[in-house]
Design a protein around this ligand. Structure first.
Ligand code: IVH
Length: 712
């Protein structure tokens, strides 16, 4: 072959590639635009079949030219591999929260204060928006491309949930100038009047900013929420309490495929930084965000003074049930950025915005029965079973009555017609009985003398309001204890929920926490609703839970009065549990946060030989009793270690502590996300697994060098 022919061949290949590239780019742009029309404007221009055809053509081309795949391609929304944990993302500008108000007077007070601070006599212009009830997020775009998406977190640092946010269809992976003019849209009536007007005022030469932080709320529509919960129920999974929890929970999935299956939607309501946009007010920002592809709530309004904000609030309160998503109030923001700057911010909330909350949702229904539930510590809680009723779009069929005193005080009887209320949050409550509706057939309720689950004796201790079942082997208590042990703030055993805990106890497979760690694959796989995958996941989760550390273990043990915070305090004061076991009430009270009641409860716990046996068995099972002291350095931040085999100069606990003190993680199981496998004597199967995965394997000596132990 001559050089000429070779060059010619290369030229044709280049031309082909060039053509493919051009077609890919065109397809992507078209698909982005069709997505926008479908998911943001709710006004598709082509049929689903046509869309699918374009999508497949792009997939096909990308398969042939994988080097041309870019992360923002419409084909790349789903398919990232699962994460081990979320990285944290600092927010360059803090994500503030809002002060609340609940009445016209409070709103007027807010307005007066703002005007006084600004020293203006004239009415202020506010931009009023619905207050979504979902999960706040921030999206960072650089050069018009979505780079990072994060949760709000504590306002200063959030979690990196980019992979998950990419699966949300109404979040554009790239910013486009999606609209030529606002006019066209107004005639189609998709924007609402205010947004259409705002679009008209947008500077004509607005370009995509170099760096843009978009903020807004991920929500789930009510209808989608109901469907999601129905599916979960059928799959034997616990339902979400409300759309907000469902949205937040969906964003915190390590596997983005799970998130992709959730019906998430996104509305933008503001920006953090916006390099290159010289916009003067909130209205312009919303218009600009809409212009570049985000969903903006069409029910926004510019209001003059508190009076107009109030009228807007009343109007939205009326619309509330009609709108497809949850709203818990409205937000009024001083429109002008210059004035916003002059008003400034407090630590957690701005002085230029206020949330005006809606009244809680109430409904009338009937108490069909009052049933007693037995909690972890044996507390008997009366629960009202209700005739199912819709309260603000959520079906309610139970409400907590808290305790006998509450039942007596409110005089709530079985058969009563009652007013119930759902106050934005989770558990509905009975407000009052409607006496006029009584027929005389209602029955008074009192807590039974014997435990309804185990028949054990029920007593009321001292001044407490609660009645308790005193049989510590009561199956109801064991179930709750196991469930508590595995909870997020405890040992965080994913997959071990209330239903599974109940099965394990009922089948007598688990009598105390330590039994969890000897459950065998076969036993688990034979349980109801357990498939091969869920069994494997549970075994992995159990393994991982062993290294949560003393704080979480102490919390998980469910010692009365020892909550998450106190568990941490105790682990700090007694990093060696042996010392805690033998501490007297007097010793314990030397800790600032420990009072006599708490101290006694701790002493009682460790005085029980059964508890000590359980602890011993947990230790034998490999559960870590090492306190996770705050990292002293960040040397090993982000690095995960696995230890296998016997170490010559260090105990396992010590080795783990050394890693954790340096900001690293010690894991109990081998996976592809492990950075170092430290192999000691007789390493066993973990080493084989590690070799198979091609992980970095080091000796104890090398480990010590790595952490520079010898120089210390
Ligand atoms: S503005 C400084 N606008 O409410 C401005 N927030 O309590 C703070 N929220 O975390 C946010 N709808 O999750 C703003 N239209 C809206 C909102 C909104 C819902 C949420 C958001 C925020 C919380 C603040």
């Amino acid at each position: 072959m001559t050089l000429g022919i070779l060059l010619n061949m290369k030229k044709t290949a280049d031309q082909k590639l060039g053509k493919a590239k051009a077609r890919i780019e065109k397809l992507r742009a078209d698909l982005h635009s069709h997505n926008h029309r479908y998911y943001v404007l709710d006004d598709p221009e082509i049929s689903d079949a046509e869309y699918d055809r374009l999508f497949r053509e792009l997939e096909e081309l990308e398969k042939r030219h994988p080097e041309l795949i870019t992360p923002d391609s419409p084909t790349q929304r789903v398919g990232a591999s699962p994460l081990e944990k979320f990285a944290s993302v600092p927010h360059r500008t803090p994500m503030l929260s809002l002060d609340n108000c609940f009445s016209r007077e409070e709103l007027e007070e807010f307005d007066r204060r703002a005007r006084r601070l600004l020293n203006v006599g004239a009415e202020l212009i506010y931009l009023a928006e619905p207050k979504f009830d979902g999960a706040a997020i921030e999206l960072l775009y650089a050069g018009g491309r979505l780079i990072t998406g994060s949760t709000r977190g504590d306002g200063f640092t959030g979690e990196d949930v980019t992979q998950n946010l990419k699966t949300v269809r109404s979040i554009p992976p790239v910013l486009f100038q999606f609209l030529e003019t606002g006019k066209k849209l107004r005639t189609r009536g998709q924007t609402g009047k205010e947004l259409a007007a705002l679009l008209e005022t947008l500077p004509k030469n607005l370009k995509i900013p170099e760096r843009l932080e978009v903020r807004g709320e991920v929500i789930i529509n009510r209808e989608d929420f109901a469907r999601l919960n129905k599916e979960r129920d059928e799959a034997g999974e616990p339902p979400f309490a409300n759309p907000r929890n469902a949205a937040a929970g969906s964003l915190r999935q390590l596997d983005s495929k799970v998130t992709a299956g959730r019906p998430l939607d996104f509305y933008a309501y503001g920006v953090g930084e916006m390099e290159g946009w010289e916009l003067k007010n909130q209205g312009e920002v919303l218009a600009a965000l809409f212009f570049f592809g985000f969903k903006i709530n069409p029910h926004i309004a510019r209001c003059r003074g508190a009076g107009e904000v109030l009228a807007y609030y009343e109007n939205m309160a009326r619309l509330r049930e009609e709108l497809p998503y949850e709203m818990d109030g409205i937000v009024a923001k001083v429109d002008d950025f210059g004035l916003q700057r002059r008003l400034g911010e407090k630590t957690r909330s701005p002085r230029w915005a206020i949330a005006f909350k809606f009244a809680p949702r109430q409904a009338i229904t009937r108490v069909v029965d009052i049933v007693v539930q037995v909690g972890r510590t044996g507390t008997l809680t009366p629960v009202a079973f209700l005739e199912p009723v819709q309260v603000g779009g959520v079906e309610v069929s139970r409400a907590s009555l808290h305790n006998q005193d509450e039942v007596d005080r409110k005089d709530i009887r079985i058969g009563d017609t009652v007013l119930i209320q759902r106050a934005g949050d989770v558990i509905p409550e009975v407000v009052e009985a409607i006496r006029e509706k009584r027929t005389g057939k209602e029955k008074k309720f009192s807590v039974p003398k014997d435990c309804p689950v185990c028949g054990g004796p029920v007593t009321r201790i001292g001044e407490e309001v609660a009645y308790r079942c005193t049989n510590i082997s009561c199956p109801a208590q064991i179930k709750e204890r196991i469930f508590h042990f595995s909870s997020k703030d405890g040992m965080d055993i994913e997959g071990l929920g209330d239903k599974l805990a109940a099965q394990l106890v009922d089948k007598k497979l688990v009598k105390d926490f330590s039994d969890l760690y000897s459950l065998e694959e076969e036993t688990l796989a034979n349980l109801e609703r357990m498939a091969e995958k869920s069994t494997q996941n549970l075994l992995t989760a159990l393994e991982q839970s062993k290294s949560r550390g003393l704080e979480r273990l102490l919390y998980g043990l469910g010692i009365r009065h020892v909550g998450e915070h106190l568990a941490r305090v105790l682990a700090g004061a007694y990093p060696d549990i042996k010392k805690l076991e033998s501490a007297t009430a007097e010793d314990l009270q030397k800790i600032r946060e420990v009072g006599p009641e708490v101290a006694q409860s701790i002493v009682n716990f460790f005085a029980n030989p059964d508890n000590l046996k359980t602890l011993e068995r947990l230790r034998e099972a490999g559960v870590s009793f090492v306190a996770k002291s705050r990292p002293r350095s960040a040397e090993l931040a982000g690095k995960t270690f696995v230890f296998t085999g016997g170490l010559a100069t260090l105990s396992r606990d010590e080795a783990k502590r050394l890693v954790e003190e340096r900001g690293g993680t010690a894991s109990g199981s081998v996976s592809k996300n492990i950075d170092y496998v430290v192999a000691g004597e007789d390493p066993g199967s973990k080493l084989d697994q590690a070799k198979k995965l091609g992980l970095k394997i080091i000796s104890e000596e090398e480990f010590k060098q790595l952490i520079k132990l010898d120089n210390k």
